[in-house]
Design a protein. Sequence first.
Length: 663
Amino acid sequence: MIVEAGRQRVVIESVSPEIDGGRFPIKRVVGEDVVVEADIFSDSHDVISCALLYGRDGESSRQSAPMSFIGNDRWRGSFQVTQIGRYRYTVQAWVNRFGTWRRDLMKKVDAGQDVSIDLLAGADLIERAASTSDPDRQAQLRAWSHRLKSAGSLSEKVETALDETLAAHMESCADTRFATNYPKDLVVVVDREKARFSTWYEMFPRSCPGKQGAHGTFRDCEARLPDIAHMGFDVLYLPPIHPIGVTHRKGKNNSALAGPDDPGSPWAIGSEEGGHKAVHSQLGTLDDFGRLVSKAERYGIEIALDMAFQCSPDHPYVRKHRDWFRTRADGSIQYAENPPKKYEDILPLDFETESWRELWEALKGVVTFWIGQGVRIFRVDNPHTKPFLFWEWLISEVKKDHPDVLFLSEAFTRPKVMYRLAKLGFTQSYTYFAWRNTSWQITQYLTELTQGGVREFFRPNLWPNTPDILTEYLQMGGRSAFVIRLVLAATLGANYGIYGPAFELCENTPLEMGSEEYADSEKYEIRTWHVNRPESLKDLIARVNRIRRENPALQSDWSLRFHRSDNDQLLCFTKMTQDLSNILLVVVNLDPHYTHGGWIDLPLDGLGLDSEEPYQVHDLLGDARYLWQGPRNYLAVDPRVVPAHIFRIRRRVRTERDFDYFM
């Protein structure tokens, strides 16, 4: 090894992005750039060159992109990913003998030294490059070499030697025989755009008709599609739609005793009607589901299905594959529990079974079955309760044949576990956003997610509520609290969702004080929702989602920056496009009860604004426009009116006729 590497003089270190030494891939969506940096240096003072080598996974040929020096032996390069799937990239670096010669020649010329011998040395370097070049370039290089060797004035030869076109040709045919290659291929998983920007609406199909006591159907769900589309959602997430078990069925408010008309929890999957590949008969048929998928698509909405790998005691798996479940000391099958809570209606699968390979294949078959029904998005229930290796295998296997499929991880657990699941392949992830209420909490947490290293693999999806989560903030804050959390979720995160109609109707009654469970939870009964109540937030939601669609700055996470306010109740942040053509300033009053005012400070240079020029802030929620100047401005926000501003910052543009406008 030492003999082979003896003439490799360049060192490559600290490559980024690189997740856990290259063990896991980074994530991008189609059209995004992969910006790679590395520490690259050599012994002595020779000039070095380096390049990114990249290509689609499985392709033998690699493309090359040059890397540029940015300081302190740090180099940077980039390439764009243009197709979904997997890419590989690495770094290559070498001593650039021609670049070293050219740099030293310039120094000698500037010092007035005789460079006759140096020009001959340069001619030899060019001749050597020509011998290994393609025929077209060969002739050009030999012409340059000849001019350096031929008779003529020294100044003409120096001009030829320093020709930028010659330098570019020599760079493109560099001698890389002794190049150092970074010893790892690093991987990028590339998803479709919806992985980066999506707007989710969760709805229980059985509660769709709005008729007291009636069981909703897929046809009833179709009737709600125009309303969901009007609110601006492009993903409709349905909790499990499978048959529900009868044994140990839970009653209203999670009661251990169910009445004859209690529908049970949709997460208690499986009955005599079938298991994970069947649909609840009261919802309709598979054909009805396919019709819902097709009709939703016409409204620009994708159906996302819940994927909960657990079974009711009546699931066909229990009869056919008893060895897929754990047995208690009394011979009964172990049910799910989180002491002191017991979930007798749900049986967890035993991933340590001797038949684990058959179990894995069966669960993969569930996913591919629903892909066959037109589903391309899955929300995965409690993935942290199943083995990590299983998820890595399953997601990889599915995406081999269906790279457009997206997986949302519902894992409200410890941070390292959540991050590990994201590394393993989950496209998006639930977060702790629902419980981050103060300015400090939100700033610290969202900065970690969008500016730290985790952003390379962890895509947050922000939810202010779910069927399991009714936070104290929403319980106590009234309508304003719902508006505040809506604006925060929709502007802080490019991916966000709400559980409706509970959210737009400001449902905030808990099961009991200190509980985050809803009273009369839809998880255990059919609810009658009067979605057209005048106090509904649906028109405000529609406006917020339209702002998201019309402003590219809100369609990604990485530009998020928080700004100082002298009032901790005013949270202030910006998002912007890379070219600064679209800049959004969001100011939210975090107190749902009282008006708060304060001074906010904006970094005008970072926003492309001139401190000497006024700029306009256009409130996209209320349509008011204000003229500001300088970095420091005052505003007050009354939660009884609207507890937030979403400002579009517009610069002054001067025309030749002295007519000014803002854009």
